[in-house]
Ligand binder design. Structure first.
Ligand SMILES: [Zn+2]
Length: 160
């Protein structure tokens, strides 16, 4: 078991997804420097903003339980383009910790996932707001429009 993460001082309200059990934790008002642990399984919560791998059967629970936007990246970590957009999404997630939940499906590990979700292009982002799918974006999306889409619901414009 790794030592507990500590919340950065800037965090005042946070919905954090547990890497251990997938449960969503509401840490509104937590004091800086306090180790945050999952209320369900007591695993120390990851406050790095890093993408969390998710299985198809876990996705509905996360989407339906989340009061904040959930963004799913369907990607192949071996593909440099996918790695680039994943890095951008992690930066957004780290800056907006608690205001969004970022999860990812690695198609090498879950090759059946794209077909079951009717996804034909990698990378593909799927955004969920208010417990339902709000939109998809296939291809490269730059960091600023990606952040605006996730956090403000501004639909991204495809640039040719
Ligand atoms: Zn947990």
């Amino acid at each position: 078991m790794s030592p507990g993460f500590r919340l950065p001082s800037a965090v005042v309200a946070a919905v954090l997804r547990c890497r251990g059990c997938g449960g969503l934790n509401n840490y509104g008002g937590i004091r800086a420097g306090k180790v945050a642990r999952c209320g369900l399984c007591r695993v120390a919560l990851d406050v790095s903003g890093k993408l969390q791998g998710i299985r198809e059967e876990e996705l509905a629970r996360t989407v339906e339980g989340s009061p904040v936007p959930v963004v799913l990246l369907v990607w192949d970590p071996a593909d440099p383009v996918c790695r680039t957009v994943a890095a951008a999404l992690e930066r957004i997630s780290a800056r907006n910790l608690g205001a969004m939940v970022a999860v990812a499906v690695d198609v090498e590990v879950h090759p059946e996932f794209p077909r079951s979700q009717r996804i034909e292009t990698l990378p593909t982002f799927v955004l969920y707001r208010a417990q339902a799918e709000a939109g998809r974006f296939a291809g490269v999306l730059e960091e600023t429009p990606l952040a605006r889409w996730i956090l403000a619901g501004e639909p991204p414009v495809t640039v040719h």
